[in-house]
Design a protein around this ligand. Sequence first.
Ligand SMILES: [Zn+2]
Length: 313
Amino acid sequence: MAEEGYPVLAGRVQQAFDYLEETGTLQASQVIHEEARQVDSSLLNRVHTERHIAGVGRTSYDFASRLSAGAAVRAGEAVWTGEAANAFVFTGCAGHHASRDSAWGFCYYNNTALLVRHLQKAHGVERFFVVDTDPHTGDGTRDTLGEDLGVYHLNFYAAFGEGEEPESTRQVDVPFPSNCGDASFVEALRRLATPLAKESRAQMILWNMGHDAHAIDYGGFQLSLHAFPEMTKLLLALAEEVCQGRFIVLLSGGSEEYVARHTISSIIRHLAGLSPLPADTGEEPAPDTPETERTARKLVEKIITELGFDTEE
Ligand SMILES: [Zn+2]
């Protein structure tokens, strides 16, 4: 993936992986490292059109895309069957902008949708909660899974706090103000993901994690390294509450090697129950101002009210 992935995303893969090795994370007895294999073509056909698959086949990212999708599907299998308690999926091409018949933004195949379709067919898994905190909207995930009544999709993206009203609790878009600090962001995630995870009665929680949400990376958010282990803690705790801890993190956008190293390390170490490395949060938290805090709170309360949940939570 580091060699053949999309150039913007690929450079970070080896860096992040090497750092896991240097810090002893990969060698820890709680961590299983598995090489990805290419996704089955028959599974691709169940998510994407022939025309789209043929089009991707003519790009130089076909192999890395198939490998990324295969990694996601294998993670789903390992976590569902209990071979692994949870999983982190490295990708060379991301997935959340890949629709049935089109794709953009370094994405070709929808890794999340392929994982879901595999578990539905192979194991009869019916209910999933997909959380997307990449600052770019998960349009491909909505396109490929939106009609599926068993899939809840909470979709954060960088905007100005203005957006359309949510259609249902199954499909919640959060046009989150891009200048907010860590605390506002994590609090918004907590207040929205908690009731949705419970209502969804998900059997697995999937997190599309883009570290382009970090202030120095290319996405629209201004988060610091501190936000990523906090989000991991929160979502893993929710998974423990609703689905015996079945939780998978799928690597999405982000190109900064420094950010990749520390966010991926802090996430994997938390998933594995390893002690955090101080270097992984060795920067100042991203602050809120009274105004960003207020804008974020107002947005979250508006969405919660529209969805009919209790705003007191
Ligand atoms: Zn992104």
